[in-house]
Ligand binder design. Structure first.
Ligand code: C5P
Length: 409
């Protein structure tokens, strides 16, 4: 494998954490590849790692002192864990032991490496390596899941011969494979075309109270909007997710404001509108709210009950009126004449793009994991898509958004 293969590593500042597993020796091969590819590498070792490989090896390979102690070690840094945390553009832990994963998942900071992990804002990649049973243990899997949810990149261990003599999943990938994963990390960053853009995404169905215990609501789950917020974040945007009640948990790296009513959603979105570059309104906003909200629980005394409703503001319409540079993307849930209604809505609300779906189609629309849509972008032909997961649709919508920004440059 040629040394110029990893073209995205040149000049990258990487902290390589080495923990105490038999595969620690492979970290030397990795350090060597990273340095040869032009990366600046600083190595942090745990005490156990030093039982497997000498700090001296890494020092020679990187031309830099190796750190491992919090205290008492002569070092180039005044406060080592902070200096390293700031230095890193990427932290890579290879190999990562079960013990390290457990500590990282729980925020335990009892040595230089685990303390530095808490102090850094750089992305963290971990390459677990251990006995197959330790890897499949429920505790390890739960810790990996916690880290994954927090945005750690996990390099999957390989299947193969393990140090303990058995065979199974748990082998640290070879240095070339690890270097490729790191190179790929930086390669992907280049594709983050929404870097520097602030995007507001709305999600879920607003609820409109009629008395202290009841409300008028709809079946929206928030899945579409949450997936869009995640995709926008992945593409480098600063994302604000304004969501009506949803059981979904906050997406990683996204600022979340939870609201209940259309009026609250209106205020939260409008407050940030001027400073944002785009809004994707995937929320199912109630068109009407109760004119008066009863102070007491409404009693079931009469045979019929009339609740007078008044119109909610059309948030998207208002954004369209106030639009300056912002890109506006709306949704249209229709039951008939999908394309013509959507096109009319796009014009009426002054949108740049509309995502229309026929809610009568099975698997499309509210409270499903899939959607089937037609996308109309201003000045282009309508695009028809077949049923696809909402996560995939989210990616597609974000790609269209990037194209709109590109077209404006
Ligand atoms: O006009 P219609 O409700 O079909 O338009 C749907 C689009 O308008 C969606 O993007 C929805 O989020 C948005 N909307 C809104 N405020 C409302 C109703 C809908 O922003 N009161």
């Amino acid at each position: 494998m040629g040394e110029n293969e990893f073209t995205s590593l040149k000049g990258k500042k990487i902290v390589l954490g080495v923990t105490g597993g038999i595969a620690a020796f492979k970290a030397a091969g990795l350090a060597s590849l990273l340095v040869k590819s032009g990366a600046e590498v600083r190595v942090v070792m745990t005490a156990a790692a030093k039982e497997f490989i000498s700090a001296r090896t890494f020092q020679e390979l990187t031309g830099q002192p190796v750190s491992s102690e919090m205290f008492g070690e002569p070092s180039n840094y005044r406060v080592a864990h902070i200096a390293l945390a700031k230095f890193a553009e990427l932290v890579v832990i290879a190999p990562a032991t079960a013990n390290f994963l457990a500590k990282a998942a729980h925020g335990i900071a009892d040595d230089l490496l685990t303390t530095m992990i808490l102090a850094t804002t750089a992305p963290i990649m971990v390459a677990p390596a251990m006995n197959d049973r330790m890897l499949s243990n429920a505790a390890t899997q739960a810790n990996l899941e916690t880290l994954r949810r927090r945005g750690f990149e996990i390099v999957e261990p390989n299947d193969g011969r393990l140090a303990c003599g058995t065979s199974g999943k748990g082998r640290l990938p070879e240095p070339e494979e690890l270097a490729a994963a790191i190179d790929w990390h930086f390669e992907r960053l280049k594709a983050r075309k929404l870097e520097g853009k602030k995007i507001i995404v709305t999600a879920g169905g607003t609820i409109e109270p009629i008395d202290p215990v009841r409300y008028i609501g709809n079946r929206s789950s928030g899945k579409m909007g949450f997936a869009i917020a995640e995709a926008a974040h992945r593409h480098g945007a600063q994302v604000l997710l304004v969501t009506a009640p949803s059981v979904l948990s906050d997406p990683y790296g996204v600022e979340v404001i939870r609201v209940e009513t259309a009026l609250e959603m209106h205020d939260a979105v409008l407050k940030e509108y001027e400073t944002c570059d785009g809004v994707i309104m995937s929320a199912a906003v109630a068109d009407y709210r109760a004119k008066t909200i009863a102070d007491e629980k409404i009693k079931k005394s009469d045979e019929t009950l009339t609740i007078e409703l008044e119109k909610n503001p059309d948030i998207l319409f208002e954004l369209g009126q106030k639009k300056q540079r912002q890109v506006l993307i709306g949704f249209a849930a229709e039951t008939n004449n999908l394309e013509s209604y959507a096109a009319a809505k796009m014009k009426q609300k002054n949108l740049d793009m509309i995502v229309a779906n026929d809610v009568t189609v099975a698997g499309a629309g509210f409270n499903t994991d899939t959607n089937m849509v037609t996308i109309i972008t201003r000045g282009s032909m309508a695009e028809y898509f077949s049923l696809m997961p909402k996560t995939e649709l989210a990616e597609l919508i974000i790609k269209r958004l990037e194209k709109i920004f590109q077209g404006r440059q």
